[in-house]
Design a protein. Structure first.
Length: 144
């Protein structure tokens, strides 16, 4: 089961990383314009454009590192690699969990008020980040 969970979350996070890279290169999927994409993805009503490509590439890189960490947790690695994978998984568990929980807090809702981000965040983004954090927790819990 751990390998299946690891591969599923790996694929999910790599897909998200790929989408962020697409946005960094000027893509607008799944909407028609940059303004609509910013409203759906960023949530700041004052933004008319997506963040700079470097920031989107950084976010893509973070998701890709999380994916690789998740993949490593699915294997029995030798020696210190197992410990590195476990601690990296713990860090990503905290990071993804914090992002997920923040999305449910009132101050987050007051700051990120743009629609459709507000609704999508409440229904999809935040719960998915919590579930990804739970997957990390599941795979590292027996290693500590």
């Amino acid at each position: 089961m751990t390998m299946g969970l690891s591969l599923f979350i790996f694929a999910l996070l790599m897909t998200v990383a790929g989408i962020y890279l697409s946005w960094a290169r000027g893509g607008h999927w799944p909407v028609a314009s940059e303004m609509a994409l910013a409203a759906a993805v960023v949530g700041d009503p004052t933004l008319q454009r997506m963040p700079p490509p470097q920031r989107l590439q950084l976010i893509a890189g973070a998701h890709a590192l999380g994916a690789l960490s998740m993949l490593a947790l699915g294997f029995d690695l030798p020696g210190p690699l197992q410990l590195i994978a476990t601690w990296a998984g713990a860090g990503f568990c905290l990071a993804f969990g914090a992002r997920g929980v923040l999305g449910f807090l009132p101050f987050w809702r007051k700051h990120f008020t743009a629609e459709p981000f507000n609704t999508i965040d409440r229904i999809i983004y935040s719960p998915c980040y919590v579930l990804v954090a739970e997957a990390f927790f599941t795979l590292i819990s027996d290693r500590f």
